[in-house]
Design a protein around this ligand. Sequence first.
Ligand code: HEM
Length: 406
Amino acid sequence: MINPYFLMSMLYASLAVLAALDASLASWGFVQWFNGLRWLRVHLITLGVLAEIIFGVAPALTAIRHGLPKPRIRWDIWLTLNGGLAILLIGIPLVNGVLIFTGGTLIFVATLLLMKQLADLRGALPDEQARAEGPRAGQMFYLMGLAYLLLGIIVGTGLWIGWPEALRIKVPIEVHIHANNWGFMSLVFAGLLVDLYPRFAQRPLAWPRSLTAIFWMMTAGALLLVIGPWVKNEMFSVPGIILHLSATFWLLLNAVKPLWGDRLTRQPGFWHLITSYVWIVTPVLVAPLILLKVPGFPGAGIEQNAPQALVYGWVLQFGYALLPYLFTRLFLPKEEARLGGSWFSLIAAHVGGILLWASIFITDYQAILHGAAYAFWAVSLIPVAWQLWSIARAGMARLDELALAD
Ligand code: HEM
């Protein structure tokens, strides 16, 4: 049985190529800016590609951890997630309150159902390593990450229908971005790394017992980063960033140390995975300059563009490494699965990030640089989207052959 979340993720990856191309051509003045594409560009990747995969793999990975049989596909969750996403894809560009409320609510319900499914998965602890990492290693990261997604959805859905005022949120868009990026994505990515690492690296993390501390540091860091813009007080955000980034650094060190000098470090997928985190550090490095309102420093430009650099530089690249790996494991289980991407996609994705940041500072060439950034991101996406289609096609052909042979 093919996992339907993977097919949707592949579909949205292809749409993400088109959206990045459109941003590039519009910056260069070849096509008109299409109102609403700004939302689509970010959310095709975050919700369309990554959230689909997370919903698709989290239950199976948790079941493996607990030594339980693979869970059935829950069509109720699949339908609420994808129904909600389709409605938002129409509702947000049109800024239609009823559609936005309906879409947001459906995704909220899908998230609650997934959390319940994950929480219900409890089994005997299978081995020594799982015991060392704590019984719920990946699972606890998923559950907390999804709790932050619930918060992100409430604020995101309410953005255009007046909820932030009711909730007394001072800077709502930042609360939305922080809950989703520092809360949802960071924690769930950490969970995926914890669950997948022993298999793709063929060894345990350097210090499995550190995971509980990393989990709480990330959780507390994300909470402070949400409270910061909620009450507009940097006294919360600054310690939040320090806690969160320290935990992230510790986690990456856990993954890199055992592999140092190994052949895996000569594969582009490994570098996609690790260096994607450069782009979550960049906004943090310039944040003090915005806070101090350094004269001539383009604070507004950064606030407008940094979220996209974060999504294309970090979220997307993390996906480049993991998606082809997961696709191979699902569609072609007899083949050796490797982290995805290529040297080309690695270089193109990073050049895209550098150009986007350059477009913020070099105002004379802003449009050209902005367009070039999206052009690089689009060309970095094409081979990976193609890789996913090829793996899925080969896998489905194999299933057809099996069905004919029955
Ligand atoms: C039901 C789910 C969601 C809803 C209803 C939603 C809604 C919104 C809305 C209305 C905006 C403002 C767009 C604008 O100002 O042009 C926005 C921006 C944003 N959202 Fe979401 N969102 C959702 C999920 C997510 C997730 C899961 C992520 C990331 C993990 C995310 C990351 C972002 C980012 C980074 C921006 C800023 C985009 C920019 O400034 O270009 N959102 N979202």
